[in-house]
Ligand binder design. Structure first.
Ligand SMILES: [Zn+2]
Length: 314
């Protein structure tokens, strides 16, 4: 029998499910999306994915024997054995996604992981972390996500919470609650929403001239754009962001000792200024042996999860 030639990477999100058909050597052949039908506790989600893959196999005249495997990431904690430990926005309880999907697809091998961890693996494999075996991915989006890759493998942790860096407590004077129910979490200051929240607080009390307008259209993008234009208030706001995140990453480096930090998510679209302000505070705070870790921007955007998912089976 000839070696299997294809693999699938599935990025299961709350609104869409991204599918990628890959060659055995990891080249993306085709990608497409289907909507996530999360109603009725998400009971259609796995059958929908199976039907989508079955249709693609038929269209491409690929036999299930020619499929090496399917990697799937989900927006919730996933244990080392691939069991999803509840997935709130899909309405799932404890779900063995790998076994269920495999059962609908002729027993094809299926591996599952958390979405942030998949994005980290994707970036380490084909994106900003390419060429490094030990990477920490930091996703600065609505919240702060993370993923840890050691020797080319995801660190899921005992409870599937490995890499949940957004909920490291960094301040003890916080009055607002984080989405996790605690106060003072990293993501309250360094996510896109967190940066904007802190900017509102700053603008409420400053009398300095600034390009920023303190209204509900304020965004992290506007703050970084104004900082690039030399706006002092914006520079002070992003300096505070850089200090909080840079010092937190120095703490992570002392535990994980990665070769590279890959910074992704919407905030990272501001580019080099983000890496510069993080490193400004990372370096003095870092243990001497890991002071020269490399900082890179993520490169795969919304496809990172799909790449990381398929990498689990290649
Ligand atoms: Zn939190």
């Amino acid at each position: 029998m000839a070696a299997a030639k294809y693999a699938f990477g599935i990025d299961l999100g709350g609104t869409t499910i991204k599918h990628g058909l890959f060659s055995a050597d990891g080249e993306l052949i085709e990608k497409w999306e289907i909507p996530t039908r999360s109603e009725e506790n998400g009971k259609n989600v796995i059958p929908d994915i199976a039907a989508s893959i079955t249709a693609k196999l038929k269209e491409k005249k690929i036999s299930t024997k020619d499929v090496i495997g399917i990697g799937i990431d989900v927006p919730g904690p996933v244990l080392e054995n691939g069991i999803v430990n509840q997935c709130v926005n899909l309405g799932w309880g404890v779900t063995d996604v790998a076994a269920e999907l495999s059962g609908l697809l002729d027993g094809i091998r299926v591996e599952a992981c958390n979405d942030a961890n998949a994005a980290a693996l994707g970036e380490q494999w084909k994106g900003g972390g390419q060429g490094y075996q030990n990477a920490v991915m930091v996703t600065l989006g609505t919240g702060v996500g993370g993923g840890i890759i050691l020797n080319g493998r995801i660190l899921p942790g005992a409870n599937g919470a490995g890499g949940e860096i957004g909920h490291i407590k960094v301040r003890d004077d916080e009055e607002d609650y984080c989405g996790c129910g605690k106060k003072g979490c990293l993501e309250q200051y360094t996510s896109a929403n967190g940066i904007t929240r802190m900017a509102h607080k700053y603008l409420d009390k400053t009398k300095k001239k600034t390009l920023l307008v303190n209204d509900d259209k304020l965004s992290s993008k506007k703050i970084f754009d104004a900082a690039k234009a030399g706006d002092e208030v914006s520079l002070a706001i992003i300096d505070d962001f850089g200090k909080t995140l840079g010092e937190a990453l120095a703490g992570i480096a002392a535990v994980i000792d990665p070769e590279v930090f890959v910074i992704g998510g919407g905030v990272s679209k501001a580019g080099k200024i983000v890496l510069d302000v993080i490193q400004k505070y990372y370096k003095p705070a870092a243990f001497h042996a890991c002071r020269n870790v490399v900082f890179k921007l993520a490169e795969l955007g919304n496809d990172a999860g799909m790449y990381g998912a398929v990498k689990m089976v290649l």
